[in-house]
Ligand binder design. Structure first.
Ligand SMILES: Cc1cc2nc3c(=O)[nH]c(=O)nc-3n(C[C@H](O)[C@H](O)[C@H](O)COP(=O)(O)OP(=O)(O)OC[C@H]3O[C@@H](n4cnc5c(N)ncnc54)[C@H](O)[C@@H]3O)c2cc1C
Length: 390
């Protein structure tokens, strides 16, 4: 729990008692179940399935999802979701959020457009933490240009036959269910559909990828060789997936901005603890103007980002979110994290380069926040179009 966020939350008009109580609940869960184990999970290269069940029991997995599938919507707003991410960010491991919460981006397209039978079969198991879900959009040939994806699904009677590949897929090794974007029609956005693939389908295989960070989040390349998928596993209309996939990004991007800012707070706080103790040239490090200005500058960016995150979250809650503004907010969050990770590492000196220091891990984990969920260049371009600059 970054202390800065506590102060912010307690003073903010956006948060009421239910938010403070939820923050306490998640914090206790993090202290009990995650903090003592995160380093071991990082070394193991994945999260234990048991964690999903435990997170489901306290309500983290089902938050904001429909009650008929085991979720909790009553008295829940998007701020509760952001609070879960901020509290979990305190352990300074981006892979934890990515892998444990990937259903937060994989399930919404299914809930929005899937058949009643498919939803009833899949969603409760995922929200109970019994099954793990992944979202497969990016391909080896590229991720930014979603409308150009190549994985092909040909309808043959009551089956689709899928051929192609996906890469960088979070929880791609452990997942039981995969929401996969495929081409069922001609070129461009209108040819794209979503299919639900299941682990163990003949011709469907996965290989793990080694990464710079997010070590506790397993990431995989998926291969489809004549995989036969029942037509009942089509999610929504054939050729109608693109708009839903794009709409899905707004909530994800506000979440990335919020957790990026939380990681920035963790960096600031770890560096501050250090600077208050460490002595150089006969004085504490934080007594140097050059160093304390770093803390003020980090804080300036963190406060500005948090105010923007709250404003955007409020707009999402009211159904008035703006994709262009959210694209810029995502950049703002990731840049704040990037800046604070660098400055905190500088303040910690050589200690920032050693395992066991949160800043060391956060520093290695900046890139996914800048690139995944919409890279900086693509976000700037989207904003320019949405805000009417072209
Ligand atoms: C750790 C991690 C986890 C991920 N998890 C998932 C997941 O679960 N599911 C999933 O589907 N994907 C996932 N991704 C993939 C992610 O969404 C893509 O990496 C991202 O969309 C960018 O695609 P790309 O890497 O293929 O880069 P490319 O699209 O090849 O782009 C390369 C670079 O060029 C820039 N660029 C591209 N086009 C332009 C242009 N027109 N103008 C200017 N610059 C441009 C991009 O900004 C980028 O910096 C994950 C990625 C990472 C790193």
């Amino acid at each position: 729990m970054p202390k800065m966020f506590d102060k912010w939350r307690l003073q903010s008009p956006y948060y009421d008692d239910s938010h403070h109580e939820w923050a306490d609940t998640v914090r206790r869960f993090v202290q009990r179940e995650i903090s003592p184990n995160i380093d071991a999970w990082e070394r193991a290269g994945s999260l234990p399935r048991e964690l999903h069940r435990k997170a489901a029991e306290v309500g983290i997995l089902g938050l904001g999802f429909p009650e008929e599938y085991g979720g909790v919507r009553e008295g829940v707003d998007p701020f509760h979701g952001l609070i879960s991410g901020v509290e979990m960010a305190d352990v300074g491991a981006g892979g934890l959020l990515a892998s444990l919460m990937i259903h937060g981006v994989a399930l919404p397209p299914l809930i929005a457009a899937g058949s009643a039978e498919l939803k009833q079969r899949i969603v409760p198991e995922v929200l109970a933490g019994e099954k793990i879900m992944a979202l497969g959009v990016t391909e080896p040939s590229g991720g930014s240009d979603v409308a150009a994806l190549k994985t092909r699904a040909e309808r043959k009677g009551d089956r689709y036959v899928v051929n192609g590949s996906k890469t960088f897929i979070t929880s791609g090794m452990r997942a039981d269910y995969y929401v996969v974007a495929v081409r069922t029609g001609g070129p461009g956005a209108r040819g794209i559909s979503l299919l639900l693939l299941e682990k163990g389908m003949k011709g469907f295989s996965q290989t793990p990828l080694e990464k710079m960070g997010w070590h506790c989040s397993d990431t995989a390349t998926l291969y489809f060789e004549d995989v036969e998928v029942p037509v009942e596993n089509l999610i929504g209309e054939e050729g109608g997936a693109f708009r839903g996939l794009m709409a899905n990004f707004n909530g994800e991007r506000v979440g990335i901005a919020s957790s990026s800012n939380a990681f920035a707070m963790v960096c600031l706080e770890e560096a501050l603890d250090w600077a208050r103790e460490r002595e150089t040239f006969g004085v504490r490090l934080n007594q140097n103007q050059a160093i304390r200005h770093k803390f003020s500058e980090m804080s300036r960016q963190i406060f500005a980002t948090q105010a923007w995150v709250d404003r955007a979250c409020d707009a999402v809650m009211r159904g008035r979110d703006d994709a262009g503004e959210i694209a810029l907010l995502k950049i703002q969050g990731a840049r704040t994290m990037e800046y604070c990770a660098r400055e905190a590492a500088q303040i910690l000196g050589g200690a920032s380069y050693l395992r066991g220091c949160k800043v060391e891990r956060i520093y290695r984990e900046v890139r996914p926040n800048v690139i995944a969920g919409g890279s900086e260049e693509i976000m700037l371009d989207l904003a320019a179009k949405q805000l009417g600059y072209v």
